[in-house]
Design a protein around this ligand. Structure first.
Ligand code: AMP
Ligand code: ZN
Length: 490
């Protein structure tokens, strides 16, 4: 099946063909760094990570740009209210942003331009819009005239017929009811304090929308393949980006638009007032407060495993139970493969199961990132391998082959080779180790009833044991631990 993605503008799935064969240029709207990213933001970044990894898996070379909005209404308001320089607000947030995406194994984009480093490019673009008659100056501000761009509204499906000409809005973010001329350049006001740049229209600062037009074209050219974000970006942000870019260049700008649906928490929109606007840190605290181990691998899977166009209704309980269990099943295949000791070749059934999984995994992703179907193909493989393993263990070659394939899948999923034991609390680790050693000793002394009792006890508490020749691997919902089988006789 040819690769196809849903396109927000065309409102249907269409074949995806990059401008240059084999290379994809994509722009992803990044964080506004006035406060830490929420798990809602991470839902969108995770969708973009899946998209990027899938394209690479399919053989494309990807150039991705993610802007960092380090000046806008919100960052300025924050700096102003705390009476500190802008960078005192933005720098620590940017640092934590990278720490968070790294801990979620979100791959880095090729470029993370910061808005404040590219003000001259934004000024240039505004000049072009003024020259082309798509913008006008009023007092110390410059506005985009949406009446000058007949295609305005096509992305979000707004009708221009109710347009009141020359009614303006200054806010960076606004609702559909407010669709009107928006600010490209905002003249300095007292609230801006000492945050301003010099421009042909006097001191001031760029609007938020012009930032993404200027940065995407700077790094990817006037036409590129993919532009993504969360659904809240469709209007006004992306609508405005199209209006600015197409009017300035006469070119088509981004060819394909993809948006991920929002993350909700237990049926509610995330909001500060409900206290459910979790950051990674506050989510961890919440989970640990309930007495659970916070498995960040399971959280990655939770974000990944709902199709990006479906709203993700996140609940701490579901995430704890379902995704952790799913992960453990997947991790057990890795263990079995690593612990395989038998001699012999690869059974045809195993080869066929692997090839089927690979085919379905790939074709599901090619169909607008159908992640549920691609994950399902892994679970089918797990079931088949478990069945064959119970018939006659696994040979070393089968183990090797399975691991190779597992690595291949993991290029997209990024959860299959996740050793969490370092993050696990040490006391728990040593308790488990003591139990495993007790059982090893019981087996050595041929007290098999005792050994089985310990095994059942561990199992009852959610710890699964996988016996290998030299080591025993313990897997549980929060991680895996390897205990060497060698027992000293002390
Ligand atoms: P912001 O930092 O608010 O500009 O948002 C950064 C990215 O996160 C944008 O692509 C937004 O569309 C996206 N986003 C914001 N809130 C949510 C949410 N609740 N669920 C999913 N994506 C979101
Ligand atoms: Zn943007």
């Amino acid at each position: 099946m040819p690769l196809q993605f849903y396109d927000t503008r065309k409102r249907r799935k269409i074949p995806f063909k990059p401008l240059t064969a084999g290379r994809v240029k994509m722009y992803t709207c990044g964080p506004t760094v006035y406060k830490d990213a929420t798990i809602g933001n991470f839902r969108t970044y995770m969708f973009e990570d899946l998209l990027r990894r899938t394209l690479q898996f399919l053989g494309y070379e990807v150039t991705q740009v993610m802007n960092i909005t380090d000046v806008d209404d919100k960052t300025i308001r924050e700096a102003h209210s705390l009476e500190v320089p802008l960078s005192d607000i933005t720098e620590p947030v940017i640092k934590r942003f990278f720490r968070d995406i790294d801990s979620l194994k979100i791959e880095h984009a090729e470029y993370y331009p910061r808005a404040t480093d590219y003000i001259p490019e934004m000024i240039e673009l505004i000049k072009r819009l003024l020259d082309n008659g798509n913008a006008y100056i009023m007092d110390t501000n410059v506005y985009y005239s949406i009446a000058s761009f007949p295609e305005y509204g096509r992305l979000s499906g707004m009708k221009l017929d109710k347009l009141e000409r020359g009614v303006r809005i200054n806010a960076d973010e606004y609702e559909k009811e407010d669709f009107r001329d928006f600010a490209l350049w905002k003249g300095w006001t007292e609230e801006d304090g000492d945050i301003w740049w010099e421009s042909p229209w006097g001191r001031g600062r760029p609007g938020w929308h012009i930032e993404c037009s200027a940065l995407s074209m700077k790094f990817l050219g006037e036409e590129f393949d993919l532009h993504t974000g969360g659904v809240d970006n469709i209007f006004p942000h992306h609508e405005n980006e199209i209006a600015q870019s197409v009017a300035a260049t006469g070119k088509s700008f981004a060819r394909h638009w993809m948006h991920s649906a929002h993350l909700m928490v237990e049926g509610e929109k995330m909001s500060k007032s409900l206290g459910n606007d979790y950051t990674l840190k506050s989510l961890r605290e919440k989970v640990e407060g309930k007495g659970y181990y916070f498995s960040i691998a399971a959280f990655r899977l939770a974000l990944l495993s709902t199709h990006y166009r479906k709203p993700l209704d996140f609940s701490v309980e579901d995430f704890l139970v379902e995704n952790r269990l799913a992960l453990v099943r997947l991790w057990l295949l890795r263990n079995a493969a690593e612990l395989a000791i038998l001699d012999g070749g690869i059974r045809p059934e195993i080869e066929i199961a692997i090839e089927n999984a690979q085919t379905h995994f790939k074709s599901a992703l090619e169909d607008d990132l159908n992640i549920s179907a691609s994950l399902a193909s892994l679970f089918i493989l797990v079931t088949e391998v478990n069945r064959l393993k119970s018939v006659r263990g696994l040979t070393k070659s089968e183990g090797k082959r399975l691991l190779e394939q597992w690595r291949e899948f993991d290029k997209v999923l990024g959860v299959l080779f996740w050793d969490e034991e370092d993050e696990e609390d040490e006391e728990l680790q040593s308790k488990i180790e003591v139990k495993v050693r007790e059982r090893l000793r019981a087996r050595l002394e041929r007290r098999f009833d005792d050994a089985d009792r310990i095994r059942d006890e561990l199992k009852g508490n959610g710890y699964q044991l996988d016996d290998g020749k030299d080591e025993t691997v313990v897997i549980w919902s929060g991680g895996r631990k390897i205990v060497k089988n060698k027992i000293n006789n002390s």
